[in-house]
Design a protein around this ligand. Sequence first.
Ligand code: ATR
Length: 277
Amino acid sequence: MQLITGKAKIAAVLGWPIEHSRSPLLHNFWLQRYQIDGAYIPLAVKSEDFKSVIKGMMAAGFKGCNVTIPHKEAAYQCCDYVDETAKKMGSVNTLWFTQDGKIHGTSTDGAGFVASLNDSGVNVSGKKILVLGAGGAARSVAYCLQRDSAQVTITNRTLKRAEQLVQDLGEGDILEWQSWNQELGKFDVLVNTTSLGMEGKEDFQFDLKNASPDLIVTDIVYVPRVTPLLAAAQLKGLKTVEGLGMLLHQARLGFTQWFGVDPKVDSELTEFVANSL
Ligand code: ATR
């Protein structure tokens, strides 16, 4: 068993609500695997308390934190230093506090998504990728895909949001939501960033009949682990990449900053977290 001493390094995840977060499980798994004297705890924090909690954590010697809904934009505003990815997002999900009392922030979702694809043997460079959705998740995924030289097309129920996203990204094409199924044959990779198919939401049938046999289908939803989109793709014999990989890979950068070890994403970790879903 891993014991926590007086010298333990402490990090946290802040959200409201926070009970559903898998991050504590994941980070504490790594802490135990690498025998690190540290802990990662969930903190239920309301929006109005966010700033004072960050101040308190810094005063108490925390190494940093993850932030989730509804704090990602507020966290961005708190930062002294952000990188290009965070600037593009206008939000962050990972903060680390330095000795000189400064807050550094970045958004690791998009990079985690691309790392998860790479891990599954998919190199996105030069690939034609259709992104379903134009929310915050789509923004981070599309930005990192473009950074790695993919050709991104966005389709979204609300066209205006797709147009805004492509404008903010500075490149990319748009497809009308009503016609993406017909155009699917032109793409190498399909990514769902919408909440369609998420457990607890209405059922949704994805129509993949125009997919090329080489289409790779991925979803950032990971509950259920095999989403309706992935199930439809598997039925057609298409290669699929599940959303859980993005969750695991996006966590690596924070862990490295706080605890000094770049942790491995492997099948033991994947099964451990999957069993908690
Ligand atoms: P997130 O930050 O997680 O991406 P979001 O900003 O609320 O969350 O975005 C949710 C995405 O799912 C949006 O692209 C949304 O489409 P709209 O912009 O038209 O709202 C999409 N979405 C949610 N429910 C949907 C549905 N029933 N049909 C189609 N798209 C849906």
